[in-house]
Ligand binder design. Structure first.
Ligand SMILES: NC(=O)c1ccc[n+]([C@@H]2O[C@H](COP(=O)([O-])OP(=O)(O)OC[C@H]3O[C@@H](n4cnc5c(N)ncnc54)[C@H](OP(=O)(O)O)[C@@H]3O)[C@@H](O)[C@H]2O)c1
Length: 293
């Protein structure tokens, strides 16, 4: 640590961790890596990274430690046995998990003399090291500012959401609930197309056009939802109810899985049963918020 050269440790060498360590090497950093399965470090070592003999050695090598693990349980499995080397370290945890797990891990790190910055990377491995890519961060702002140049190597854009270590995880999960359900809706559409003799390529232009129309709907409804205004002037839940039943029956008639369209019909029906037939289908936000409460 006496060298003036910038240096960093990356623990966890899945596709994301490998891309991150590679981005640091590209920028001339001294990079120490560690991974449960050592062979995943081979290509990075060939490019000049140093493979630490164990997690303790990886922590001891640098003050700045990037964690890119499957989840926070993997972090405890990795760092728990090496906890004596945690004091004085800044852990940038870019592993996905719940806001509550991120908060508990920040307390765990503090108790061992380390600082945790939580991160939520919004791009796949191909976006790592790119100026236009972005990551949510939360946790101590001072640690964020101190390490901002290194964080900007991972993604050029960084968005510090606040001191609460759960906030970055929350923003990440807000994106992921949309990503997973949207992608499943695409798989559903492709399954329906396939049952009718159409390929994914056949329906791609229509799928893209449909997806591209969504941001306009997001903006239109965001203002109304924040104002708790669900007037049925442009759409009515009763119309939506009929439409989602057509979707369900079309998929059932085609013999494809109906789990997803059935769940959609169930939510619309609950809105109808609650007496919202004449209001916009945005009123379902209220139905879903009450379920959470
Ligand atoms: N891939 C993406 O497109 C993407 C995009 C944004 C965010 N993320 C998030 O970024 C994180 C890393 O992504 P990834 O695709 O690189 O994940 P991954 O393929 O799941 O790899 C993560 C790493 O976790 C390690 N690991 C898992 N369980 C462990 C355990 N019990 N003990 C020690 N090490 C353990 C793996 O080690 P081994 O090699 O030994 O299995 C591997 O190095 C995830 O939280 C993911 O949700 C991913």
């Amino acid at each position: 640590m006496s060298s003036t050269k910038q240096s960093v440790t990356v623990i966890g060498l899945g596709p994301m961790g490998q891309a991150m360590a590679g981005a640091f090497l590209d920028r001339g950093y001294d990079v120490t890596v560690w991974n449960r399965t050592p062979s995943r470090a081979d290509a990075l070592v060939a490019r000049g990274a140093v493979l630490a003999p164990n997690a303790e050695g990886a922590l001891a090598s640098n003050e700045l430690v990037i964690l890119s693990l499957t989840d926070y349980d993997a972090m405890y499995a990795t760092l728990g046995p090496a906890a004596s080397a945690l004091a004085g370290r800044t852990l940038v945890n870019l592993s996905s998990d719940t806001p509550e797990k991120a908060r508990a891990a920040a307390r765990w790190a503090t108790e061992r003399g380390a600082v945790q910055l939580t991160g939520g990377v919004t791009v796949p491995p191909s976006g790592i090291g790119k100026a236009e890519s972005s990551t949510f961060y939360s946790g101590p702002r001072q640690a964020f500012e101190q390490h901002r140049p290194a964080l900007e190597v991972i993604t050029g854009r960084t968005d510090h959401r606040g001191e609460d270590p759960g906030l970055a995880a929350l923003m990440y999960q807000i994106g992921m609930v949309m990503f997973w359900t949207s992608m499943l809706s695409y798989w559903q559409a492709i399954s329906l197309a396939d049952a009718n003799g159409l390929t994914a390529a056949d329906v791609l232009p229509h799928a893209v056009e449909t997806a591209n129309s969504l941001p306009g709907f997001f903006s239109f409804y965001a203002e109304r939802i924040d104002a708790d205004r669900h007037t049925g002037d442009v759409d009515r839940l009763a119309m939506g109810m009929a439409s989602v039943e057509h979707v369900l029956h079309t998929n059932a008639d085609a013999g494809v899985d109906t789990t997803l369209p059935t769940a959609v019909v169930d939510l619309f029906r609950r809105g109808m049963d609650a007496g919202h037939a004449a209001e916009s289908f945005s009123t379902l936000v209220g139905v879903m918020k009450k379920a959470e409460a």
